[in-house]
Design a protein around this ligand. Structure first.
Ligand code: SF4
Ligand code: SF4
Length: 73
């Protein structure tokens, strides 16, 4: 199973829930802040993503989209 995520960095508030939740270590916090002044989550190891969608489930800002087999989940 292979997945892919898209993080909408301008919606992100940098809570790190997704970073802490991803079992594959795909997501990290960026050092440069976004327009709202938060340090957003970004994809670092996208090749490890399984498409489990746990990151999107915990995100309070609905900032993460998950794709699996090229379909939106
Ligand atoms: S879908 Fe799963 S494996 Fe992929 S980034 Fe989110 S939590 Fe990690
Ligand atoms: S859970 Fe959502 S708001 Fe929190 S750091 Fe991740 S993408 Fe940003």
């Amino acid at each position: 199973m292979k997945g892919k995520i898209k993080i909408h960095t301008e919606l992100c508030k940098g809570c790190t829930y997704c970073v802490d939740t991803c079992p594959e270590g795909v997501i990290v916090i960026r050092k440069r802040f976004n327009k709202s002044g938060y340090f957003p989550a970004v994809v670092r190891h996208g090749e490890k993503c399984t498409g489990c969608a746990m990151c999107a489930t915990v995100c309070p800002e609905i900032a993460i989209e998950v794709f699996r087999n090229n379909k939106k989940k």
